[in-house]
Ligand binder design. Structure first.
Ligand SMILES: *Cc1c(COP(=O)(O)O)cnc(C)c1O
Length: 423
């Protein structure tokens, strides 16, 4: 495989940007491929190699690249200008659509990224309850802001330790952690801290430590524990929103959160974050309440247009049914390949997300750490040579789009089989 031009570009980039990239996961060793363009299920690099894309920009592109309907909507908005700094009618339309799809959401605030949404949701939970502590799940990712950049595995009752330089320990001393799928650990921490505890925040399906599914009944127990102790529950549905179901993991599992964060698919490929919840909670956000939150680009017409058009498209074309079926076929094919190869690998899948585990299926972060991540990176490179692009880390999951064809599926299953044996 020829990657000369990508290599040259990367050598230039490392002199200008830390690690040569704008976000750490993209810094694949020895260098990442540089994209020239992308269309449908395919992404093409600057050396002319074409790959079937299962990274899909880490989640937002459920319709595939450059969907013509979304493109047309963005083009029409561009004609009318792309930033006003005033309210627009589409905010109301999109808010109506979201409050219809998510029973637990009565009001929303549009922001620019998932990170901003969780940062603001946590501030809101603290402002609403007047309490400081929060509980997060070990290995869950809620963006790159101080309160949630906490080292995992620090034990349920100990205070958080920052896992990034530049985060003062004081900033995370109120961030407690528990393992996923452990009802007892959560009940224990919540009960012990209930007088100081604002909320529990979690990804209902963990998508940033490989793919970790909630066990039967777990989320219902989480809801019960938080409710009984008068603690808010935040579901970070930045990945699962509009994916597991139109109403996200909450609809899929029949569990309602107090505050929900959305992003990724919600922006149709342009930057967005959304947080929302019951009116009595959301009324605490400025300017109607005392919890401050603001942004120059918030609710911008381009992101709202791309997001709204994408969600409408998903509804009108039964996109979730199709992508789920495609993903089921891929997962089944890969499961057969794993079985045939006699390797101790496994595969996890829910809706249009899947993950090939180099080891046993994890049920929490500690398990995920046992997976063979070096082998995964070798597998990633072997797959690229076969024209298939998986995210370059064992801790990311694969996504499937509306544009992926039966032929893509067939080719992918064969490539995965070949590369599993080679890695
Ligand atoms: C991607 C992600 C975020 C952060 O969203 P950005 O738009 O990258 O800031 C937050 N939470 C979860 C669960 C995510 O997967």
């Amino acid at each position: 495989m020829k990657l000369d031009k990508s290599k040259r570009l990367y050598e230039e980039a490392v002199k200008l940007m830390p690690g040569g990239v704008s976000s750490p996961v993209r810094a694949v060793k020895p260098f990442p491929f540089y994209t020239a363009y992308a269309k449908g299920s395919k992404i093409v690099d600057v050396d002319g190699n074409e790959y079937i894309d299962y990274c899909l920009a880490y989640g937002p592109l459920i319709l595939g690249h450059a969907n013509p309907i979304v493109k047309q909507a963005i083009a029409e908005q561009l004609e009318k200008g792309w930033l006003y700094g005033t309210p627009i009618e589409l905010e109301i339309e999109y808010a109506k659509l979201i409050t219809k799809l998510y029973k637990s959401i009565e009001m929303v605030r549009f922001v620019n990224t998932g990170s901003e949404a969780t940062m603001s949701a946590l501030r809101l939970a603290r402002g609403f309850t007047g309490r400081n502590k929060i509980v997060k799940i070990e290995g869950s990712f809620h963006g790159a802001h101080d309160a949630v950049l906490v080292k995992a595995g620090s034990g349920a009752t100990t205070h958080g330790i920052p896992n990034s330089a530049g985060v003062p320990p004081d900033f995370v001393k109120n961030t407690l952690q528990v393992p996923f799928n452990d009802v007892e650990a959560l009940a224990d921490v919540v009960e012990k801290n209930r007088d100081d505890l604002a909320c529990v925040i979690m990804e209902p399906v963990m998508g940033n430590s490989s793919l970790i599914l909630p066990e039967e009944g777990y989320l219902k127990e989480v809801r019960k524990i938080t409710e009984e102790n008068d603690v808010l529950l935040i579901f970070d549905e930045v990945i699962t929103g509009f994916r597991l179901a139109l109403g996200g993991a909450q609809e899929y599992y029949g569990v309602e959160a107090d505050i929900t964060t959305l992003g990724k698919i919600a922006g149709g490929g342009l930057p967005i974050g959304i947080f929302g919840g019951k009116r009595e909670i959301m009324e605490h956000v400025a300017p109607s309440g005392a919890v401050y939150q603001a942004g120059t680009f918030s609710g911008n017409p381009l992101s709202l247009t791309a997001g709204y058009t994408t969600v409408k498209f998903i509804i009108e074309n039964k996109v979730l049914e199709k992508v789920n079926k495609t993903t089921e076929a891929i997962a089944k094919g890969i499961a057969d390949q794993i079985e045939d190869s006699n390797l101790n690998y496994s595969i996890g899948r829910i809706a249009s997300m899947f993950c090939v585990y180099f080891g046993e299926t994890p049920r929490n972060y500690a398990d995920a750490l046992k997976l063979d991540k070096e082998k995964f990176v070798r597998f990633f490179w072997e797959l690229l040579k076969e024209g298939v692009f998986f995210p370059p880390s064992q801790y990311e999951c694969c996504f499937v789009s509306y544009a992926h064809s039966d032929e893509d599926v067939k080719k992918t299953i064969e490539a995965v089989g070949t590369c599993l044996r080679r890695s």
